[in-house]
Design a protein around this ligand. Structure first.
Ligand code: FEO
Length: 393
Protein backbone atom coordinates (compact mmCIF):
# COMPACT_ATOMS: atom_id res chain seq x y z
CA UNK A 1 0.00 0.00 0.00
CA UNK A 2 1.07 3.57 -0.67
CA UNK A 3 -0.45 6.72 0.79
CA UNK A 4 1.00 8.64 -2.09
CA UNK A 5 3.83 7.85 -4.44
CA UNK A 6 6.85 6.83 -2.39
CA UNK A 7 5.07 7.02 0.98
CA UNK A 8 4.24 3.72 2.64
CA UNK A 9 2.38 2.83 5.86
CA UNK A 10 4.67 0.41 7.72
CA UNK A 11 3.18 0.46 11.22
CA UNK A 12 1.22 -2.13 13.17
CA UNK A 13 -2.45 -2.67 13.97
CA UNK A 14 -3.07 -3.75 17.57
CA UNK A 15 -6.52 -5.31 17.32
CA UNK A 16 -6.44 -6.86 20.80
CA UNK A 17 -5.16 -4.08 23.04
CA UNK A 18 -7.84 -3.07 25.53
CA UNK A 19 -5.99 -0.71 27.86
CA UNK A 20 -3.50 2.10 27.30
CA UNK A 21 -1.19 3.51 29.96
CA UNK A 22 -2.88 0.91 32.22
CA UNK A 23 -5.65 3.49 32.44
CA UNK A 24 -7.42 4.28 29.18
CA UNK A 25 -9.95 1.78 27.80
CA UNK A 26 -9.46 0.86 24.14
CA UNK A 27 -12.77 -0.75 23.12
CA UNK A 28 -11.72 -0.74 19.45
CA UNK A 29 -8.01 -1.54 19.82
CA UNK A 30 -5.51 0.88 18.28
CA UNK A 31 -2.73 1.16 15.74
CA UNK A 32 0.82 2.47 15.87
CA UNK A 33 1.26 4.07 12.48
CA UNK A 34 4.72 4.53 11.05
CA UNK A 35 5.47 5.80 7.57
CA UNK A 36 8.35 5.17 5.19
CA UNK A 37 9.19 8.04 2.86
CA UNK A 38 11.38 7.21 -0.08
CA UNK A 39 12.93 10.24 -1.68
CA UNK A 40 15.05 10.15 -4.81
CA UNK A 41 18.23 10.29 -2.70
CA UNK A 42 17.39 9.39 0.88
CA UNK A 43 14.82 7.47 2.92
CA UNK A 44 13.17 8.40 6.20
CA UNK A 45 10.97 6.54 8.65
CA UNK A 46 8.41 8.63 10.52
CA UNK A 47 7.84 7.24 14.01
CA UNK A 48 8.18 3.58 15.01
CA UNK A 49 5.73 1.33 16.84
CA UNK A 50 5.04 -0.01 20.32
CA UNK A 51 7.98 -2.21 21.34
CA UNK A 52 5.67 -5.23 21.58
CA UNK A 53 5.11 -5.00 17.82
CA UNK A 54 8.64 -4.21 16.60
CA UNK A 55 8.69 -7.31 14.44
CA UNK A 56 5.69 -6.10 12.42
CA UNK A 57 7.47 -2.85 11.59
CA UNK A 58 10.72 -4.64 10.75
CA UNK A 59 8.89 -7.14 8.51
CA UNK A 60 7.09 -4.33 6.71
CA UNK A 61 10.40 -2.59 6.02
CA UNK A 62 11.91 -5.87 4.80
CA UNK A 63 8.97 -6.45 2.45
CA UNK A 64 9.74 -3.07 0.92
CA UNK A 65 13.41 -4.05 0.58
CA UNK A 66 14.59 -1.17 2.74
CA UNK A 67 18.32 -1.77 3.02
CA UNK A 68 19.25 1.69 4.30
CA UNK A 69 17.47 4.31 6.35
CA UNK A 70 18.94 7.80 6.47
CA UNK A 71 16.60 9.21 9.09
CA UNK A 72 14.19 8.03 11.74
CA UNK A 73 11.94 10.92 12.68
CA UNK A 74 10.66 10.80 16.24
CA UNK A 75 7.68 13.12 16.47
CA UNK A 76 7.02 12.05 20.05
CA UNK A 77 9.02 10.26 22.73
CA UNK A 78 6.20 8.16 24.20
CA UNK A 79 7.07 4.53 23.84
CA UNK A 80 4.12 3.45 21.70
CA UNK A 81 5.84 5.42 18.91
CA UNK A 82 9.48 5.45 19.98
CA UNK A 83 9.75 2.09 21.71
CA UNK A 84 11.00 0.27 18.60
CA UNK A 85 13.74 2.84 17.93
CA UNK A 86 16.48 0.70 19.53
CA UNK A 87 15.50 -2.28 17.36
CA UNK A 88 15.41 -0.11 14.22
CA UNK A 89 18.77 1.48 15.02
CA UNK A 90 20.19 -1.98 15.51
CA UNK A 91 19.19 -2.97 11.97
CA UNK A 92 19.86 0.43 10.40
CA UNK A 93 22.85 1.75 12.41
CA UNK A 94 23.50 4.52 9.90
CA UNK A 95 20.11 6.17 10.56
CA UNK A 96 20.08 9.56 12.31
CA UNK A 97 17.30 10.13 14.83
CA UNK A 98 15.57 13.42 14.01
CA UNK A 99 13.75 15.01 16.93
CA UNK A 100 13.22 18.25 18.79
CA UNK A 101 16.01 18.98 21.31
CA UNK A 102 13.54 18.18 24.11
CA UNK A 103 12.57 14.90 22.47
CA UNK A 104 16.23 14.01 22.08
CA UNK A 105 16.79 14.46 25.78
CA UNK A 106 13.71 12.40 26.65
CA UNK A 107 14.66 9.57 24.28
CA UNK A 108 18.12 9.46 25.86
CA UNK A 109 16.44 9.10 29.26
CA UNK A 110 13.63 6.73 28.29
CA UNK A 111 15.38 4.46 25.81
CA UNK A 112 19.08 5.05 26.52
CA UNK A 113 19.73 6.04 22.90
CA UNK A 114 23.30 7.45 22.64
CA UNK A 115 23.57 11.18 22.03
CA UNK A 116 25.65 10.75 18.87
CA UNK A 117 22.70 9.09 17.12
CA UNK A 118 20.66 12.29 17.10
CA UNK A 119 20.08 15.03 14.60
CA UNK A 120 18.07 17.58 16.62
CA UNK A 121 15.98 20.00 14.55
CA UNK A 122 14.75 23.53 15.16
CA UNK A 123 11.21 24.68 14.54
CA UNK A 124 10.79 25.21 10.78
CA UNK A 125 14.01 23.39 9.84
CA UNK A 126 13.92 21.22 6.71
CA UNK A 127 15.68 18.11 5.51
CA UNK A 128 15.84 17.10 1.85
CA UNK A 129 15.36 13.52 0.75
CA UNK A 130 16.08 14.54 -2.87
CA UNK A 131 12.74 15.10 -4.54
CA UNK A 132 10.93 15.29 -1.20
CA UNK A 133 11.40 17.93 1.49
CA UNK A 134 10.49 17.39 5.11
CA UNK A 135 9.73 20.36 7.33
CA UNK A 136 9.58 20.09 11.11
CA UNK A 137 7.02 22.03 13.08
CA UNK A 138 7.51 22.14 16.82
CA UNK A 139 4.13 21.57 18.46
CA UNK A 140 4.69 21.28 22.19
CA UNK A 141 2.16 19.82 24.60
CA UNK A 142 0.09 17.68 22.29
CA UNK A 143 0.37 15.91 24.58
CA UNK A 144 3.94 15.87 25.92
CA UNK A 145 6.34 18.84 26.03
CA UNK A 146 8.54 17.54 23.19
CA UNK A 147 5.96 16.84 20.46
CA UNK A 148 6.35 17.98 16.86
CA UNK A 149 4.66 17.59 13.48
CA UNK A 150 6.39 16.60 10.27
CA UNK A 151 5.21 18.18 7.02
CA UNK A 152 6.04 16.73 3.64
CA UNK A 153 6.09 19.81 1.45
CA UNK A 154 5.73 18.42 -2.08
CA UNK A 155 2.96 15.98 -1.11
CA UNK A 156 1.27 18.33 1.38
CA UNK A 157 1.00 15.64 4.05
CA UNK A 158 1.05 16.53 7.73
CA UNK A 159 2.23 13.75 10.05
CA UNK A 160 0.85 14.62 13.48
CA UNK A 161 1.66 11.56 15.64
CA UNK A 162 -0.86 11.49 18.53
CA UNK A 163 -2.48 14.79 17.62
CA UNK A 164 -5.75 14.35 15.67
CA UNK A 165 -5.44 10.57 16.04
CA UNK A 166 -7.87 7.91 17.20
CA UNK A 167 -7.49 4.65 19.07
CA UNK A 168 -9.07 2.52 16.37
CA UNK A 169 -7.82 -0.72 14.90
CA UNK A 170 -8.96 -0.81 11.29
CA UNK A 171 -7.75 -2.18 7.98
CA UNK A 172 -8.80 1.10 6.36
CA UNK A 173 -5.85 3.30 5.48
CA UNK A 174 -8.12 6.36 5.24
CA UNK A 175 -11.34 7.25 7.01
CA UNK A 176 -14.27 5.45 5.42
CA UNK A 177 -16.85 5.33 8.24
CA UNK A 178 -16.87 8.92 9.50
CA UNK A 179 -19.27 8.27 12.40
CA UNK A 180 -17.05 5.52 13.84
CA UNK A 181 -13.86 7.55 13.45
CA UNK A 182 -15.53 10.66 14.90
CA UNK A 183 -16.44 8.74 18.07
CA UNK A 184 -12.97 7.19 18.36
CA UNK A 185 -11.22 10.52 17.71
CA UNK A 186 -13.44 12.27 20.25
CA UNK A 187 -12.64 9.59 22.82
CA UNK A 188 -8.95 10.10 22.03
CA UNK A 189 -9.26 13.86 22.39
CA UNK A 190 -11.21 13.54 25.66
CA UNK A 191 -8.81 11.12 27.30
CA UNK A 192 -5.49 12.42 26.05
CA UNK A 193 -5.66 15.88 24.49
CA UNK A 194 -8.40 17.69 26.44
CA UNK A 195 -6.12 18.82 29.30
CA UNK A 196 -4.04 20.67 26.67
CA UNK A 197 -6.82 22.71 25.05
CA UNK A 198 -4.81 25.93 25.20
CA UNK A 199 -1.74 24.33 23.59
CA UNK A 200 -3.97 22.80 20.91
CA UNK A 201 -5.35 26.25 20.06
CA UNK A 202 -1.81 27.56 19.57
CA UNK A 203 -0.75 24.59 17.48
CA UNK A 204 -3.85 24.75 15.27
CA UNK A 205 -3.14 28.43 14.73
CA UNK A 206 0.42 27.55 13.78
CA UNK A 207 -0.69 25.21 10.97
CA UNK A 208 -3.69 27.21 9.77
CA UNK A 209 -1.98 28.50 6.62
CA UNK A 210 -0.38 25.21 5.76
CA UNK A 211 -1.65 23.57 2.58
CA UNK A 212 -2.74 20.15 3.80
CA UNK A 213 -4.08 17.43 1.51
CA UNK A 214 -3.64 14.54 3.93
CA UNK A 215 -3.27 14.25 7.68
CA UNK A 216 -1.49 11.10 8.76
CA UNK A 217 -1.58 10.56 12.54
CA UNK A 218 0.16 7.71 14.32
CA UNK A 219 -3.05 6.19 15.72
CA UNK A 220 -6.10 5.29 13.62
CA UNK A 221 -6.84 5.94 9.97
CA UNK A 222 -5.43 8.86 7.97
CA UNK A 223 -7.61 11.75 6.88
CA UNK A 224 -7.91 12.43 3.15
CA UNK A 225 -10.47 15.10 4.02
CA UNK A 226 -8.45 17.05 6.61
CA UNK A 227 -11.31 19.42 7.48
CA UNK A 228 -13.27 16.48 8.93
CA UNK A 229 -10.89 16.22 11.89
CA UNK A 230 -9.73 19.85 11.99
CA UNK A 231 -13.35 21.07 12.25
CA UNK A 232 -14.07 18.51 14.96
CA UNK A 233 -11.07 19.70 16.98
CA UNK A 234 -12.06 23.35 16.49
CA UNK A 235 -15.46 22.48 17.96
CA UNK A 236 -14.08 20.49 20.89
CA UNK A 237 -11.50 23.10 21.92
CA UNK A 238 -13.82 26.08 21.50
CA UNK A 239 -15.01 27.84 24.64
CA UNK A 240 -18.61 27.02 23.73
CA UNK A 241 -20.40 24.48 25.95
CA UNK A 242 -23.64 22.64 25.26
CA UNK A 243 -26.92 22.49 27.16
CA UNK A 244 -25.82 19.22 28.75
CA UNK A 245 -25.39 17.90 32.28
CA UNK A 246 -23.12 14.96 33.08
CA UNK A 247 -24.01 12.99 36.20
CA UNK A 248 -21.45 10.44 37.38
CA UNK A 249 -22.74 8.73 40.50
CA UNK A 250 -22.70 5.77 42.85
CA UNK A 251 -25.54 4.58 45.02
CA UNK A 252 -25.08 1.95 47.73
CA UNK A 253 -28.61 1.38 48.98
CA UNK A 254 -30.74 3.23 46.43
CA UNK A 255 -31.25 6.68 48.00
CA UNK A 256 -28.66 8.50 45.88
CA UNK A 257 -29.98 6.63 42.83
CA UNK A 258 -33.51 7.94 43.57
CA UNK A 259 -32.09 11.47 43.72
CA UNK A 260 -30.17 11.03 40.48
CA UNK A 261 -33.21 9.62 38.68
CA UNK A 262 -35.36 12.47 39.91
CA UNK A 263 -32.83 15.12 38.88
CA UNK A 264 -32.45 13.51 35.45
CA UNK A 265 -36.23 13.70 34.96
CA UNK A 266 -36.38 17.30 36.21
CA UNK A 267 -33.64 18.34 33.79
CA UNK A 268 -35.23 16.47 30.89
CA UNK A 269 -38.54 18.25 31.56
CA UNK A 270 -36.63 21.50 31.19
CA UNK A 271 -35.11 20.51 27.86
CA UNK A 272 -31.62 19.88 29.23
CA UNK A 273 -29.70 16.91 27.82
CA UNK A 274 -28.46 14.58 30.56
CA UNK A 275 -25.75 11.92 30.45
CA UNK A 276 -25.79 9.63 33.46
CA UNK A 277 -22.93 7.29 34.44
CA UNK A 278 -23.24 4.66 37.14
CA UNK A 279 -19.63 4.48 38.29
CA UNK A 280 -19.96 0.95 39.64
CA UNK A 281 -19.65 -0.24 36.04
CA UNK A 282 -18.83 2.49 33.55
CA UNK A 283 -16.48 2.99 30.62
CA UNK A 284 -14.45 5.91 31.92
CA UNK A 285 -13.79 6.88 28.28
CA UNK A 286 -17.50 7.49 27.69
CA UNK A 287 -17.57 9.73 30.75
CA UNK A 288 -14.58 11.65 29.36
CA UNK A 289 -16.32 12.05 25.98
CA UNK A 290 -19.43 13.43 27.69
CA UNK A 291 -17.29 15.99 29.51
CA UNK A 292 -15.96 17.44 26.23
CA UNK A 293 -19.13 19.47 25.60
CA UNK A 294 -21.14 19.59 28.84
CA UNK A 295 -21.89 22.87 30.60
CA UNK A 296 -22.48 21.24 33.98
CA UNK A 297 -21.33 18.27 36.03
CA UNK A 298 -23.38 16.98 38.97
CA UNK A 299 -21.60 14.37 41.06
CA UNK A 300 -23.77 11.92 42.99
CA UNK A 301 -22.36 10.05 45.97
CA UNK A 302 -23.40 8.38 49.17
CA UNK A 303 -21.26 8.95 52.24
CA UNK A 304 -18.91 6.10 53.08
CA UNK A 305 -16.61 6.20 56.09
CA UNK A 306 -17.28 9.94 56.44
CA UNK A 307 -16.44 10.78 52.81
CA UNK A 308 -17.43 10.18 49.18
CA UNK A 309 -17.53 6.66 47.74
CA UNK A 310 -13.99 5.76 46.46
CA UNK A 311 -15.30 5.22 42.89
CA UNK A 312 -16.65 8.77 42.96
CA UNK A 313 -13.31 10.06 44.26
CA UNK A 314 -11.61 8.35 41.31
CA UNK A 315 -14.04 9.87 38.78
CA UNK A 316 -13.75 13.34 40.34
CA UNK A 317 -9.95 13.12 40.35
CA UNK A 318 -9.97 12.04 36.70
CA UNK A 319 -12.40 14.79 35.68
CA UNK A 320 -10.17 17.32 37.44
CA UNK A 321 -7.09 16.01 35.60
CA UNK A 322 -8.86 16.09 32.21
CA UNK A 323 -9.76 19.78 32.69
CA UNK A 324 -12.99 19.85 30.69
CA UNK A 325 -14.53 23.25 29.94
CA UNK A 326 -17.57 22.73 32.23
CA UNK A 327 -18.83 25.94 33.80
CA UNK A 328 -21.01 24.69 36.66
CA UNK A 329 -20.82 21.87 39.19
CA UNK A 330 -22.95 20.52 41.98
CA UNK A 331 -23.10 17.55 44.30
CA UNK A 332 -26.04 15.44 45.35
CA UNK A 333 -26.27 12.41 47.61
CA UNK A 334 -27.51 10.79 50.74
CA UNK A 335 -25.80 10.03 54.05
CA UNK A 336 -26.66 7.89 57.05
CA UNK A 337 -25.22 9.80 59.98
CA UNK A 338 -22.84 12.48 58.76
CA UNK A 339 -19.54 13.18 57.07
CA UNK A 340 -17.73 15.73 54.93
CA UNK A 341 -18.57 14.42 51.49
CA UNK A 342 -19.22 17.82 49.88
CA UNK A 343 -16.03 19.46 51.18
CA UNK A 344 -13.92 16.50 50.14
CA UNK A 345 -15.38 16.38 46.62
CA UNK A 346 -15.13 20.10 45.96
CA UNK A 347 -11.53 19.93 47.16
CA UNK A 348 -10.82 17.34 44.47
CA UNK A 349 -11.76 19.52 41.49
CA UNK A 350 -9.70 22.74 41.73
CA UNK A 351 -8.79 22.58 38.02
CA UNK A 352 -12.44 22.86 37.00
CA UNK A 353 -13.09 26.57 36.75
CA UNK A 354 -16.69 26.13 37.81
CA UNK A 355 -19.30 27.94 39.81
CA UNK A 356 -20.51 25.46 42.43
CA UNK A 357 -24.30 25.38 42.62
CA UNK A 358 -25.94 24.67 46.01
CA UNK A 359 -25.47 20.92 46.67
CA UNK A 360 -28.41 18.74 47.68
CA UNK A 361 -27.16 16.34 50.34
CA UNK A 362 -29.80 14.67 52.48
CA UNK A 363 -30.13 12.22 55.34
CA UNK A 364 -31.57 8.82 54.45
CA UNK A 365 -34.18 8.21 51.80
CA UNK A 366 -35.31 11.28 49.83
CA UNK A 367 -38.67 12.80 50.75
CA UNK A 368 -40.93 15.49 49.30
CA UNK A 369 -38.80 18.47 50.34
CA UNK A 370 -35.68 16.75 49.00
CA UNK A 371 -37.28 16.32 45.59
CA UNK A 372 -38.28 19.99 45.73
CA UNK A 373 -34.63 20.85 46.37
CA UNK A 374 -33.68 18.80 43.31
CA UNK A 375 -36.29 20.69 41.27
CA UNK A 376 -34.68 23.93 42.46
CA UNK A 377 -31.26 22.63 41.39
CA UNK A 378 -32.61 21.65 37.95
CA UNK A 379 -34.16 25.11 37.57
CA UNK A 380 -30.94 26.81 38.64
CA UNK A 381 -28.94 24.76 36.13
CA UNK A 382 -31.36 25.75 33.35
CA UNK A 383 -31.16 29.41 34.33
CA UNK A 384 -27.35 29.33 34.49
CA UNK A 385 -27.23 27.78 31.03
CA UNK A 386 -29.55 30.51 29.76
CA UNK A 387 -27.45 33.24 31.34
CA UNK A 388 -24.49 31.89 29.39
CA UNK A 389 -26.54 31.97 26.16
CA UNK A 390 -26.08 28.26 25.65
CA UNK A 391 -28.33 27.24 22.75
CA UNK A 392 -31.35 25.16 23.79
CA UNK A 393 -33.01 22.52 21.69
FE1 FEO B 1 0.50 7.54 21.17
FE2 FEO B 1 1.51 9.87 23.43
O1 FEO B 1 1.54 8.26 22.52
Amino acid sequence: MEIKSGIYPVGAIDWDRRLFDELIPLPDGTSYNAYLIRGSERAALIDTVDPGMSEVLIDNLKKLNVSKLDYVIANHAEQDHSGSLPAILNIYPEARVVATPKCKSMLMDLLLIPEDKFNPVDDGETISLGDKTIRFIHAPWVHWPETMFTYLEEDKILFTCDFLGSHLATSDLFVTDEATVYEAAKRYYAEIMMPFRTAIKKNLEKIKDLEIELIAPSHGPAYDKPDFILDAYRDWISDEVKNEVVIPYISMHGSTKKMVDYLVGALMERGVTVKQFNLSDTDIGKLAIALVDAATIVIGSPTVLAGPHPNVIYAAYLANALRPKVKFASIIGSYGWGGRMVEQLTGLIPNLKVEVLEPVVIKGIPEKEDFQALDRLAEEILNKHRECNIPER
